[in-house]
Design a protein around this ligand. Structure first.
Ligand code: GLA
Length: 390
């Protein structure tokens, strides 16, 4: 259905059939929030909600980009220097990827591209990383015979955020979209980039994704501020502790950290980071050993820490998470992604999801004044090409 729609849209736009089709997932993070830039372990999975793309080669050095989701469209000339420009809106993400892959020495040529995604926009499910990896994989297949290592695409996406857009995000989103595996979560050590797949068997439970519909723009949010606070805390603590990042700090020395850091805020950030890192390890074991009520508790503890210590939740996320946590068929809930609005996840009994959604939805609307959106998704493979069937 989606592909038929995409092909038709491509034909209407470029008066030709696409030669290649692609899918790039979005992601949820089960636990391990705001620690991918602190050398921690994170535990995300790619989901079947994502961005579809259709492409064909052009004979010149121009990339023409059209999105079915946004009215803005345009061109990238490969003969000129590619620079970030606010007015290019969503196209800045493809532009950043093109620039980074060119700088990394890969060949990039002209393309006609249409994209269409079913990721709620600004919802913290990483629609930007999904688009970045989609464009990266198009360049990989159309101009490099599929020989670009997936990690290079991951880095090109991260470069786009860090150097082109100006968001000092970590590697988690691009990594799981570029390396994820169907029905598995990815346990990623962001310090070493070692990773392993963990089969995500939740038995009679499932994750319900709850979109608060409170949009957040990370570039202007406190994301970069949190990152600076962590860097500052690390610098101070490194005078006493020989660690490379905050996640290497021992759990038991909290009183010492408090004394050394002086500023209450810095201490709170560190407290969140080190205990969140431990929760990842505990959650991974809870899943492996089918202790789902323990997993639920860890999710809820993570939310509390993000609210009280890292201070990245806000009234909408707190409201939806509270409503979910107090439901009898929910084992636990937390915000997922960067926070400041966007989505939360709840671990809910499969055969009770309808009632759960109804009740949480009602509470949320009556308290916040507008509606939330609820999604359930399977776990997807990483970005990939799709067959072009007639
Ligand atoms: C965003 C960033 C990630 C990560 C999360 C918070 O999604 O892109 O790198 O820092 O926020 O865990």
């Amino acid at each position: 259905m989606q592909l038929k729609f995409l092909k038709q849209f491509f034909f209407e736009t470029f008066a030709a059939k696409p030669e290649h089709l692609f899918f790039s997932p979005s992601r949820i993070n089960i636990v391990g929030e705001h620690i991918d830039y602190n050398g921690g372990k994170v535990f995300p999975c790619a989901i079947q909600i994502g961005t579809y793309g259709a492409a064909r080669k052009r004979g010149d050095n121009v990339i023409k980009l059209v999105s079915k989701n946004f009215s803005h469209y345009g061109e990238i000339s490969l003969n000129e220097e590619i620079l970030y420009q606010e007015e290019h809106q969503w196209m800045n993400y493809p532009m950043g990827v093109v620039r980074s892959l060119k700088e990394r020495g890969y060949s990039v040529g002209g393309m006609d591209i249409v994209v269409w995604g079913n990721i709620p926009n600004g919802a913290g499910l990483s629609s930007s990383a999904s688009l970045e990896l989609l464009i990266g994989e198009m360049i990989n297949q159309l101009y490099n015979d599929g020989t670009i290592p997936k990690m290079e695409l991951v880095y090109a996406g991260k470069d786009t955020e860090n150097k082109f857009i100006g968001l000092q995000s970590g590697i988690m989103d691009q990594f799981v979209i570029g390396m994820g595996r169907k029905d598995n979560a990815v346990l990623l050590d962001t310090n070493t980039l070692d990773f392993k797949y963990v089969p995500l068997n939740l038995h009679e439970y499932t994750f319900v994704i709850m979109n608060t519909n409170k949009r957040r723009e990370l570039k202007d949010s406190k994301y970069n501020e949190r990152r600076r606070e962590c860097d500052k805390a690390l610098e101070i603590l490194q005078q006493e502790f020989s660690v490379r990042n905050l996640c290497e700090l021992p759990l038991c020395d909290c009183e010492k950290y408090k004394k050394l850091l002086h500023e209450e805020n810095l201490y709170k950030r560190v407290y969140h980071v080190i205990f969140e890192n431990q929760r990842v390890y505990l959650a991974m074991h809870a899943i492996k050993e089918n202790r789902l009520s323990d997993l639920g508790k860890l999710l809820s503890e993570s939310h509390r820490s993000l609210k009280e210590y890292y201070e990245v939740t806000g009234k909408e996320l707190d409201c939806i998470v509270n409503a979910a946590q107090s439901h009898a068929d929910c084992l636990g809930a937390r915000m997922t992604g960067a926070g400041f609005g966007g989505c939360a996840i709840a671990l809910v009994k499969k055969d009770k999801t309808d009632q759960f959604i109804q009740e949480v939805s009602k509470k949320y609307t009556s308290e916040i004044g507008y509606e939330a959106e609820f999604l359930i998704s399977g776990i997807s493979d990483s970005v990939h090409e799709l067959p072009v069937v007639e």
